[in-house]
Design a protein around this ligand. Structure first.
Ligand SMILES: Cc1ncc(COP(=O)(O)O)c(C=O)c1O
Length: 450
């Protein structure tokens, strides 16, 4: 597969270069030249495979000669050694044997090691990058801005890997207690993964990473690579779970339309879903849930895109005022607003509404949603209110609620037990470097630690 810059289709790269360079020359985002497509017979064949094997087959289209079929199978089987369940709120798995009034599912993407959907992309990307670097003896310094979950997933995926240093930039005081603990306790003092608490917002962290990549002195000196969803290697694997789960859902309920609701910030997750749909996944529509940082929902409703400074909310991983995958979404639809609107519908919610919804769902069903998943579920409910016909609703559960225990416990007045990986992180000593949000401060730190 060849990739081109969204700013200039004549600027091309293969998968390895697009992955390792992160951004195209001139600052463009890499886009696949061609989205592979499957017929309904093809999708049925992939749906009959395990998730890991389906991912391996899909990834063949997006990678290059550096990978054999068996390399990709090994990478995906190793990366995806956890379940990908779709559950009703009362805890039943999606299954054709369920009564047909079972319409409302959560696709729980939080059963990987860091309990967030980011594990799907980070684990594939980490293994693919090491595979390429092992063949070419390159080294890389990864800079990743995180609103909480990406840093943990990337740190976990790259921990102790030769030739790679990881610097995780997070907003000081802007991530949950559990996330901060997870981010700052990876490895030892000499570990290849370092956490940097930036005195600013997530947008400041993201801006700093962009500035670093725009500085050719820094990029060349440290062989910088981004692990944020500006990197196409993050976005492609996020199409795999939409592809595979939509086939399962359609097989269970063949006569019902299928709609996914995605709690969104930087729109990387939605981009993965849109790519899956273009590959032939049987998905009818995407619902987008935003918190009050809602430039994309605004765009869907008005046709005008107005990025703006972010404001802090309860669903902090979605506090994004300038979603960095917006240009990819336009590019996937030939810059045609009507085409985007045909597949995407959106709504945004204030924190009070999200809190109320978390309480309501817990009281009615016992299910506990993280604040992000709750925004997605609220959006799905709003969308469903105007649809008379039954349809299969899948809300994407992006994080385990215990990652946001501080807020969810306050909302529900109940303790949320921490799953073992988090409980272990909570007992460890935190290590972080606190830094002003300036490129000078970042480059000084890289000078001594990269
Ligand atoms: C828990 C959670 N939900 C939703 C999102 C939003 O995903 P995206 O930025 O791909 O839109 C994130 C991103 O950090 C997240 O961590």
């Amino acid at each position: 597969m060849k990739y081109h810059s969204h700013k200039d289709s004549a600027v091309k790269a293969g998968f390895a270069d697009a992955l390792l360079a992160s951004l195209a020359p001139g600052g463009g985002l890499w886009m696949p030249d061609k989205i592979p497509t499957y017929s309904s017979k093809g999708t049925a064949r992939l749906g009959a495979m395990s998730f890991a094997d389906c991912a391996a087959e899909l990834s063949q289209h997006f990678t290059g000669d550096e990978f054999t079929t068996s390399d990709l199978k090994n990478i995906c089987r190793d990366a995806y050694d956890f379940p990908v369940p779709m559950e009703t709120l009362s805890g039943e798995h999606l299954d054709p044997a369920l009564p047909t009034d079972a319409e409302d599912f959560v696709l729980e993407l939080f059963h990987g090691p860091t309990l967030a959907f980011k594990d799907f992309a980070a684990r594939f990307m980490g293994r693919a990058a090491s595979h390429i670097m092992g063949k070419t003896e390159q080294r890389r310094t990864i800079l990743v801005a995180t609103s909480g979950d990406t840093g943990g997933a990337i740190g976990d995926a790259f921990l102790n890997q030769d030739g790679i240093k990881v610097f995780i930039l997070f907003p000081k005081g802007g991530v949950s207690k559990v996330q901060e603990q997870q981010l700052t306790t990876m490895g030892t003092a000499n570990s290849n993964v370092k956490a940097i608490a930036v005195d600013g917002t997530f947008d400041d962290c993201q801006q700093l990473v962009k500035q670093a990549f725009g500085n050719s002195g820094l990029t060349e000196k440290h062989d910088l690579m981004s692990a944020n969803s500006i990197n196409v290697g993050r976005v492609i694997p996020q199409s795999f779970y939409y592809f595979w789960t939509s086939i399962q859902a359609k097989a269970a309920y063949p006569h019902r339309p299928l709609v996914y609701s995605i709690p969104s910030g930087n729109l990387g997750n939605l981009t993965g879903g849109l790519i899956a749909k273009q590959m032939g996944a049987p998905i009818d529509r995407f619902v987008i849930g935003n918190n009050t940082n809602d430039p994309f929902v605004d765009y869907l409703n008005t046709g005008t895109y107005t990025p703006r400074p972010s404001v802090p909310t309860l669903s902090n991983a979605m506090d994004i005022g300038r979603p960095n995958n917006f240009p990819r979404i336009l590019a996937l639809h030939d810059d045609d607003y009507d085409a985007v609107k045909k597949v995407c519908w959106g709504a945004s919610f204030r924190d009070e509404e999200t809190e109320r919804h978390i309480r309501k769902i817990h009281t009615e069903t016992g299910y506990i949603m993280c604040p992000h998943t709750a925004v997605g579920h609220l959006a799905m409910e709003k969308f469903a209110a105007d649809i008379a016909e039954p349809f299969t609703r899948i809300t994407v559960g992006t994080a385990h609620p215990s990652k946001f225990a501080d807020s969810v416990e306050r909302i529900l007045h109940t303790d949320i037990p921490l799953p073992e990986p988090l409980a272990k992180a909570m007992r460890k000593k935190k290590r972080m470097h606190v830094m002003e949000p300036t490129l000078d401060a970042l480059s000084d730190y890289l000078e001594t630690h990269a």
